[in-house]
Design a binder for this molecule. Structure first.
Ligand code: A2P
Length: 280
């Protein structure tokens, strides 16, 4: 089906996920999650570092949607790197979510500061934990987030199971050409966090002009561009109309010429969270 992308191991991922980074805690966030599920979203992206797992779990339970129809992702944070800590972090995430398994579990950040041999070794140990969880059937797929080629290569050299997903900041004005090319070559599916540049790309006149050609909104153009570049967008909104708008991106196709125009946009709306220079 065109609303799913298949990972290397055959796991199908619903093509638009609901992002929960910086989703407000309490009623506003819960309301957005309920709205998203009611509106047809079946893929929810969370992380222990977001503080949203308990709300996600509650909204999922209340929705009554069958578990096998849902696709739920979480991520292990930097303070739980290494094999044992990552295994404990996973149990914590499952408990907060109230789930028996996850669909996708990611190493959240390469944390590539300090001597190369140190962070590379730590990432390999964290990855061991994810491989074990995968083999034990606790998670249907495993991957990383915010990894560039220089972070991926040492991990892949030592891995038994290669990452299936890499979730990165990706939006018009942040096209991530090198990382996407590397992931494409290695059959690693890219997911896009902040596919609207945290809303900062939506004022672009260049994007508005292209959107007008298709009769879509600028937000829909950004999300559709992700999809046609084989990345899974994870937009978030607390506004019911926008939540709905962001899921409706299957009724038009951007031409290759316009895709290339969007690829070539100057840097725009970037978060500045570059894993080469930023650590937490
Ligand atoms: P709001 O919650 O008020 O809708 P990203 O997913 O790239 O991080 O962007 C999220 C930001 O973009 C939020 O501030 C959100 O605000 C805004 N946003 C989300 N969807 C839309 C949309 N369809 N149109 C305009 N703004 C949007």
């Amino acid at each position: 089906a065109k609303d799913r992308i298949e990972l290397r191991n055959g796991t199908g991922v619903p093509c638009v996920g609901f992002g929960t980074w910086e989703l407000p805690e309490g009623d506003a966030g819960l309301g957005a999650l309920r709205q998203a599920l009611a509106d047809g979203y079946r893929h929810i992206d969370t992380a222990e570092a977001y503080g949203t797992e308990a709300d996600v779990g509650r909204a999922l339970r209340e929705s009554g949607i069958a578990r096998e129809e849902l696709f739920v992702t979480s991520k292990v944070w930097n303070d739980h790197r290494g094999r044992d800590a990552a295994l404990r972090a996973f149990e914590g995430s499952l408990e907060r979510l109230g789930l028996e398994y996850l669909d996708l579990y990611l190493v959240h950040w390469p944390a590539a500061q300090g001597p190369d041999d140190e962070w590379q070794r730590t990432n390999r140990q964290t990855w061991r934990a994810l491989e074990e969880l995968y083999r034990d059937g606790r998670v249907r797929a495993i991957g990383v987030s915010n990894f560039k080629r220089r972070h991926l290569e040492p991990l892949m050299d030592a891995a038994d199971i290669l990452p299936m997903v890499n979730q990165i900041e990706l939006h018009p004005g942040c096209a991530q050409k090198e990382t996407r090319a590397f992931c494409d070559r290695h059959d690693i599916v890219v997911e896009a966090w902040s596919p609207l540049g945290r809303g900062r790309v939506l004022g672009s006149e260049a994007l508005a002009d292209i959107a007008a050609v298709y009769g879509c909104t600028t937000a829909q153009l950004c999300l559709r561009w992700c999809l046609q570049r084989r990345a899974i967008p994870l937009p978030k909104s607390t506004d019911p109309a926008r939540i709905s708008e962001n899921a409706r991106i299957f009724w038009f196709d951007i031409s290759e010429e316009d895709l290339q125009r969007i690829d070539a946009l100057d840097p725009l709306g970037q978060s500045g969270l570059d894993p080469d220079t930023v650590d937490f």
